[in-house]
Design a protein. Structure first.
Length: 216
């Protein structure tokens, strides 16, 4: 079986990076904001909203300034200075080690730099698990991932995709492949439940479902 894993929010915990980038921009621009509320960034976005909306609704920053800050955030979010704050979730090594024994593992992510994410995966000791790393543009994440997965699909092997956002879900539905959605990343349990989409808290519980699929 071929198993395609998203990275951020699925295998990699990048919450601290997302908050720190925004904090540094706000501080450097000398913008007044509630530092305690800033900690709610990822929680806010996990309900399906974005960074710009968070700036306006939670930090009470005017639209024009929020737009400027958001553009800088997008530009800096993958800066090497901040990537070092990413960590891997505690269950990742065990699950990938077990699944890679009898399955082909691919990583598929939307990032600005393939070079940087490859280096990060090596430093996190995750790159060894994947047969190939695919990187698509964040600006065309959905269509980019659809094209990649469509090329991976073969008639001789089951294919599943694992992720934490509606992008992975949409890819799976579009290409009619199995999907498993996590609620620990950038979309929370309530978000998925409201859409009547089955979701998982961690990779260990998800692995049990994949094991069942292998025996079908």
């Amino acid at each position: 079986m071929i198993i395609i894993f998203d990275l951020d929010g699925t295998l990699i915990d990048s919450k601290e990076r997302h908050i720190l980038v925004l904090k540094d921009i706000l501080d450097n621009e000398k913008i007044t904001y509630d530092k305690e509320k800033l900690k709610d960034l990822v929680k806010f976005k996990s309900s399906g909203k974005n960074t710009k909306t968070f700036l306006i609704e939670n930090l009470n920053i005017p639209l024009e300034i929020a737009d400027k800050v958001n553009k800088k955030w997008v530009k800096l979010i993958e800066n090497k200075k901040y990537l070092k704050y990413d960590t891997k979730y505690g269950d990742v090594d065990y699950v990938l080690k077990m699944l890679s024994k009898d399955n082909i593992i691919y990583f598929l992510t939307a990032r600005q730099s393939k070079k940087n994410i490859k280096k990060e995966l090596i430093e996190l000791d995750l790159y060894k698990y994947c047969k190939k790393l695919y990187v698509v543009s964040p600006k065309k994440s959905k269509n980019g991932k659809i094209k990649v997965v469509n090329k991976i699909i073969t008639n001789n092997c089951k294919v599943i995709i694992v992720g934490d956002t509606e992008v992975e879900y949409s890819v799976a539905k579009k290409l009619n492949i199995h999907h498993y959605i996590l609620n620990r990343g950038f979309r929370n349990e309530k978000y998925w439940n409201d859409k009547n989409i089955k979701n998982y808290k961690n990779l260990r519980s998800l692995k049990n479902e994949i094991d069942k699929l292998l025996t079908d």
